[in-house]
Design a protein around this ligand. Structure first.
Ligand SMILES: C[S@@+](CC[C@H](N)C(=O)[O-])C[C@H]1O[C@@H](n2cnc3c(N)ncnc32)[C@H](O)[C@@H]1O
Length: 322
């Protein structure tokens, strides 16, 4: 066996190895190119099949004191949360926005002054994950002929989104005056005249008149068992009501609602939501009533549009923050 090579043989071997090396580099390059092409094609396919997500811009509908609330989870310690902005604005001055005058005169004539936000009411002055999901559901399924009424709206992201989508009329309601002021201010800043901020207490006796609407919304309102049970009583009452739609726009893709629909959004870790469910089961005499188990909003469509009552079990991990 020969273990030495002539120079020519060495050159041939070297050339072969070089060929193999070059071949591998070329192959690797082609493979990467293919991979990149597949990624680009699949991402553009996903883009084109996904509905346009307007919640990103809708999130900006919560704009207070001339500042846009950012597209981040708006916990109260965030500098851009409605809470932080309201606290800052309240520090010496009354709740006034330089660009649009006194907030108190923003949309409705409710003269009740808002008190400065405290840590007691920070719940009402920030945007919760449920509100973002509710806003997205409105973007997908709302028919502009609908009148919307939101309970426990806080800073009112869903209400503001509904108004900016052209809802016939929006009632944003809460017990918290500061939350309502934030809604009024955002509405005024954005020229939304179809929204009215009103005081409404879910625990109050429910005989007084409810705003007429085609869709009633509850987003993360179960702060206590009392509120949850009060909300259930309101829901039950709403399901027994019947309204005529105001507009009849045949060009709208979603069906018109004649009987009001109720959408309730709540995360599983809101312990008080079970009080709501139990009370609804009792009132409707339907022990099988439960939170929906669909994994995404597309699957929820049937609930949103066909069922009078949509109990949306919200998965905070799947909330779109933009
Ligand atoms: C966790 S925050 C949710 C705020 C907003 N809906 C959201 O999802 O971003 C709960 C809201 O319920 C409101 N709330 C609490 N008790 C209420 C009551 N008795 N009647 C009406 N709203 C109430 C609070 O003021 C607060 O705005």
């Amino acid at each position: 066996m020969r273990n030495t090579h002539t120079i020519v043989e060495l050159v041939v071997i070297g050339a072969k190895r070089f060929d193999i090396f070059v071949g591998m580099v070329v192959l690797r390059f082609v493979f990467n190119l293919l991979l990149l092409t597949i990624i680009i094609i699949s991402s553009s396919a996903t883009r084109s099949t996904k509905p346009i997500v307007k919640t990103t811009s809708a999130a900006c509908q919560v704009r207070v004191f001339g500042k846009t609330v950012q597209k981040v989870p708006l916990r109260y310690r965030d500098d851009d949360s409605p809470y932080a902005l309201a606290v800052a604005a309240f520090s010496d001055e009354p709740l006034v926005d330089s660009s649009c005058g006194s907030v108190g005169s923003a949309v409705d004539a409710d003269p009740s002054p808002a008190s400065p936000p405290t840590t007691m009411n920070f719940l009402a002055t920030q945007v919760w994950p449920s509100a973002r999901t509710a806003a997205r559901a409105l973007e997908r399924y709302m028919n502009p002929s609908w009148r919307i009424c939101e309970f426990g709206c806080g800073p009112g992201l869903p209400s503001l989104v509904a108004a900016s989508l052209g809802a016939d009329k929006v009632y944003a309601t809460d017990v918290d005056a500061t939350g309502l002021e934030l809604v009024k201010l955002a509405a005024k800043q954005q020229g939304l005249e179809n929204i009215e901020a009103r005081t409404f207490d879910l625990t109050d006796n429910h005989d007084h008149e409810l705003p007429q609407a085609d869709l009633y919304l509850f987003s993360d309102v179960f702060e206590s068992a009392k509120v949850a049970i009060g909300a259930a009583a309101i829901c039950y009452r709403l399901l027994g009501q019947q309204h005529q739609p105001r507009k009849d726009d045949a060009s709208c893709p979603a069906p018109l609602l004649v009987l009001p629909h109720v959408w309730v959004f709540a995360q599983a870790d809101r312990a008080q939501r079970e009080f709501f469910l139990k009370e609804m089961q009792r009132l409707l005499k339907d022990p099988s009533l439960s939170w929906s188990t669909a994994s995404n909003l597309e699957e929820e469509k049937a609930w949103a549009l066909n069922s009078r009552l949509w109990l949306c079990d919200l998965d905070e991990m799947n909330v779109f923050y933009g």
